[in-house]
Design a protein around this ligand. Structure first.
Ligand SMILES: Nc1ncnc2c1ncn2[C@@H]1O[C@H](COP(=O)(O)OP(=O)(O)OP(=O)(O)O)[C@@H](O)[C@H]1O
Length: 294
């Protein structure tokens, strides 16, 4: 498969539900005496892809945990389609919201197909079996992340990147109106990073996604929300948010930001302190950082 672009197929078979609006309203989170997130507000309109960025420890995962109902806010609210997410049952929320986290702690003796089929659980009653529709949906979702060939493999023997793609497929089978993803490109090679984020862009669902790669975030997200020390320090379209000054202040790095001539998205080139290995002089402008395929 190397050398050819990853082909993803947008899963179409079962209609997607209406994308929902997400509202995070002045959410504050603490753990013991430690404040993890301070008065964070953000909105994601139906179908929008919102990127959550910020340095290590800035509160991205904690905020996502409040959205997917694992960390209860001390104050503020999370609204999913207008309803208080913490007032819904986990099952009610799971009918609307699918979550992809980095380490879901699943070392189950299940095949990939069985793991992906778990995405249908919120839509079933207790003793409902899997239907032919479910099987088709599982197959489509696996194909959408270039993982059709993994269906019969034991989930716990997959590589990191394979696991990640399977967990994304499970989220797709859930047919959510809102997707919450914590570093979904973690472990993925560059082709699969582009394919997964491209798929996210294409889907009708609303998405809140924590990302470290600022160039990918700039290209694939409608808006970015930048966290530092648990608070929002900038929010808006990538072209407005990703400035050289912000990158210096928030990340403490020297960078150049230009509009990429082919993609039209902001492209960040980080300028390390010393010359790169094998080069005689300083890093020429515009040579660093991945350029997402247009
Ligand atoms: N349960 C907890 N108890 C105490 N501190 C916590 C807890 N969970 C997270 N933290 C701390 O809160 C801060 C924010 O953590 P969080 O995981 O939300 O950051 P992040 O932005 O997702 O970081 P990274 O980019 O490294 O994944 C960190 O300093 C972390 O150590």
């Amino acid at each position: 498969m190397t050398g050819s672009p990853v082909r993803t197929a947008r899963p179409e078979h079962l209609a997607w539900p209406e994308a929902v609006e997400l509202g995070v309203e002045a959410v504050t989170l603490t753990a013991g005496a430690r404040r993890l997130v301070r008065e964070v507000s953000l909105t994601a309109g139906p179908g929008e892809v919102i990127g959550l960025v910020g340095p290590n420890g800035s509160g991205k995962s904690s905020l996502l945990r409040a959205v997917y109902r694992v960390l209860r806010p001390d104050s503020g609210r999370v609204r999913v389609d207008g309803a208080d997410a913490w007032g819904l049952t986990p099952r009610e929320l799971a009918r609307t919201q699918a979550v992809v986290v980095q380490d879901p702690g699943m070392d189950l003796d299940l095949t990939v197909r069985e793991v992906v089929a778990m995405g249908r659980t919120p839509h079933k009653r207790l003793f409902d079996g899997d239907t032919a529709e479910d099987a088709r949906l599982v197959a489509e979702s696996l194909a959408a992340v270039d993982a059709a060939g993994l269906a019969d493999r034991p989930f716990d023997r997959l590589s990191g990147g394979e696991r990640q793609r399977v967990l994304i497929a499970r989220a797709l089978t859930q047919r959510p109106g809102l997707l919450v993803l914590d570093e979904p490109t973690n472990h993925l090679d560059v082709r699969h990073q582009l394919a997964v984020l491209g798929l996210l862009r294409e889907l009708p669902t609303t998405a809140l996604v924590a990302l470290h790669d600022l160039n990918l975030a700039a290209y694939y997200c409608d808006r970015l929300c930048v966290l530092r020390d648990g608070a929002v320090v900038a929010a808006g379209p990538p072209g407005e948010v990703l400035t050289e000054r912000l990158l210096a202040e928030v990340y403490g790095v020297v960078a150049e930001v230009a509009v990429h001539p082919r993609t039209g998205a902001p492209q960040v080139t980080f300028l390390p302190a010393g010359p790169p290995a094998g080069a005689a002089g300083p890093v020429p402008a515009g040579t660093g950082g991945p350029v997402p395929a247009g």
